[in-house]
Each structure stands twice: as C-alpha cells, then as structure tokens.
Design a binder for this molecule. Structure first.
Ligand code: GDD
Length: 344
C-alpha cells in the first residue's frame, strides 16, 4: 500500500526535517501551512524543488488547525495513511500573552484534527501528536518518565495537556492509532530565532559579522534537556511504524544551562567570553575586543519556569531501538557554524 503522509505545520523545523525523511523513504507527502504575509516556506523550498525534479509527490496546501473546513478539504484530497501534527503556537513565553489563541491551536486544534479523521472513517490512519516536556512543568520527579504525574506551568503546557489526553481518549474510545511523542527541547539551525538556542547562535554570528548590538537574554541559569531535531523526527516516524499506538518520552537525559550554551557557542564563534557582575547587571565581555556581547534583560524572564525538565527515554530506546546521535557539544557546534556561514 502506498504510504501517504499529511504534515500540519510543515514549514517549521520538525516539519521540514520529517518531510525530507519521508520523501527519502518513498512516501507521498502532503503538507498544511498557514498563510502569512511574509513568505515562511524557506525551510521546505529546496526540498519542494528537488521533489518536483524527481517527480515525487509533495503537495502543499494553505490551511489552519483552527479552521475545520480546511482540515476536511486537505484530508479528503490527500487520504493520508499517517498524520503528523506539528501545528502549534509553540512559544511558551508568548502563551502568557496569548493564552486563548494558544488554547485554540494547541488544544482545540488537535480535537478538530481527530474529529476529521474520525468523521472520514480513516480507520487505518496513524496519528502523531507533538506533545511536550512542558506537560511536566513543576516536575514532581527527575528525570521524568511516561509515568511521572503532569503539572504544567504555562497556558502552553495546559493546552498541550488537553491535547495529550484527547489523543489518548480517541485511542481508547475509537481504537485510533493515535500517539503522543513527549519531546524535550530539540534544536537545529532551522530553529525559530526567538527560541533561546537559535537566538544565541544567530545573534553571536551577527556580532561576529560586525553588528554592534549585544545579545540580550533572560534567565541564564535556566536548564533544559536539549537534543537535535533531526534525531528526534526519526523517532516520530518509528512510533507510527509500531503495531500498537503508545506515548513515548524523547530526550537526551542530560541537563545544561543557557549559560553553558552561550559559553560553548561563543567559544565556537571565536570569542573569549568572561562574565562580569550579578543578576540583571551581569554581562558577558569578549576579552579579545573588550566589547560587551551579552546582557541580561528581565523582559525575557518567564512569569514562572518549569522545574528541572530532563527526560528518561528508556522506553523509546528499549521498544523502538532509538538512540540520539548528536551530543550537546555537537549540537551547539552545528548550530553556531551554520549561523556563522549565513553571515559570511
Ligand atoms: N526564548 C528565550 N529567549 N528563552 C530564554 C531567553 C531568551 O532570551 N533567555 C533565557 N531563556 C530561557 C527560558 O526562560 C527557558 O527557561 C529556556 O531559555 C528555554 O526557552 P525556549 O528556547 O524558548 O524553549 P522552551 O523550553 O520554553 O520551549 C521549547 O521546548 C518545549 C519542549 O520541547 C518549545 O519548543 C516548546 O514548543 C516545546 O514544547
């Protein structure tokens, strides 16, 4: 049977990597993307052109997870055997400013998608939901496993918790092959520029190229479990190849601070970084030029932060044979070098 994937949020980091993986594995790929006044398909444009040359099926549609009609239309046209849902308001800090909008996309959007699959009676269609470590929020244990109780700490996390449960409910009530991938932070040179890792590498590369503005960050001591997005999409695909649907944690199991990320990136970029001062007065200076290249700006602090989000991916490793390939150090290097290249 021909494998046909439908990817919502296809123009984002994960959508673009997964598209490449699926086209390489012989899938027809259909993708949904929101209309925006600025062209936002740069991550998939090259793949689209290459697919066209090779005569592969790679179709893009305008649509929105908040617009049920558009979902029905795309499903009816593509008749997917696998659906990957990446459509999301994915920025945790912005969810405090736009809680209702975030809920409509991240919670109700998932329900709309599941209802569309149910109403089309796509009994064999397998579904991947982009779930998140933010479900654990004020984590009750460290590291977290699939059995750790949830305690989200943001409108983003609460909306994603609804999505997690509705996916599980549709699996149990309607026997759908619906899966939650509980992914910890995953980064790459394709990461959006307002997530901390990419903000760091992008800004340091700009400074290296002569920009005079220091990089302004919030909480330097915030910790995350950062993996490589390209490693993680492999896992999403593996989840849908299993006979039984399930939920899996995908993580590296290692915590690092924002400060460590900055230090490693600065080193790769050729700065000699030293920290001076404390709290909001702390700065990072490049000893080679004497210039302040990092400042702290409380504007980027979160109203509340989650607590030690670090995942135990033993279940994914044992059941699916998955291993992350890229270490934290490699990840910083890949991202920093890619951004330096961009500004050459
Ligand atoms: N964005 C940002 N900007 N974060 C900063 C900054 C800054 O200037 N300074 C410090 N941080 C800290 C944040 O306070 C947070 O603790 C940490 O850096 C990571 O922030 P983000 O990169 O924005 O990611 P996130 O952890 O909030 O959320 C990401 O990962 C989740 C888990 O996979 C997003 O991709 C979510 O959609 C995803 O669910």
């Amino acid at each position: 049977m021909k494998k046909v994937a439908l990817i919502t949020g296809i123009a984002g980091q994960d959508g673009s990597y997964l598209t490449e993986l699926l086209l390489n594995r012989g899938y027809d790929v259909h993708g949904v993307d929101r209309r925006s006044s600025l062209f936002n398909r740069s991550r998939i444009e090259k793949t689209r052109r290459e697919a066209q040359k090779k005569g592969l099926v790679f179709e893009l549609y305008y649509g929105d997870i908040c617009d049920a009609g558009s979902l029905y239309r795309v499903i009816s046209k593509s008749k997917p055997t696998e659906i990957y849902n990446f459509a999301s308001q994915s920025h945790v800090a912005i969810s405090f400013d736009e809680p209702e909008h975030t809920t409509d996309i991240n919670a109700n959007g998932v329900l709309r998608l599941l209802e569309a699959v149910r109403n089309f009676e796509l009994k064999d269609c397998r579904i991947y939901q982009a779930s998140t470590s933010e479900l654990f929020g004020n984590a009750l244990e460290t590291p977290q496993t699939e059995k750790t109780p949830f305690h989200p700490r943001s409108p983003y996390g609460v909306a994603k918790l609804y999505a997690y449960w509705i996916v599980k409910n549709y699996r149990e009530h309607y026997a759908m092959h619906a899966n939650n991938g509980i992914l910890y932070n995953h980064e790459s040179p394709r990461r959006g520029e307002n997530f901390v890792t990419r903000k760091i590498t992008y800004s340091l590369a700009k400074i290296k190229a002569g920009d005079d503005h220091a990089l302004e960050l919030g909480n330097l001591d915030a910790q995350r479990d950062w993996g490589y997005a390209k490693d993680y999409v492999e896992m999403m695909w593996l989840m849908l190849q299993q006979e039984k649907a399930d939920d899996y944690i995908i993580a590296t199991g290692k915590l690092h601070t924002v400060r460590e990320f900055v230090e490693k990136a600065a080193h790769v970029a050729g700065f000699d970084l030293v920290w001076e001062g404390d709290g909001t007065k702390e700065v990072g200076r490049d000893k080679l030029t004497g210039k302040i290249i990092i400042k702290v700006n409380p504007k980027f602090y979160r109203p509340i932060e989650p607590h030690l989000l670090v995942g135990d991916a033993t279940k994914a490793k044992d059941k699916l044979g998955w291993q992350p390939k890229v270490s934290f150090e490699n990840l910083v290097e890949i991202m920093m070098k890619a951004d330096i290249e961009r500004f050459l």
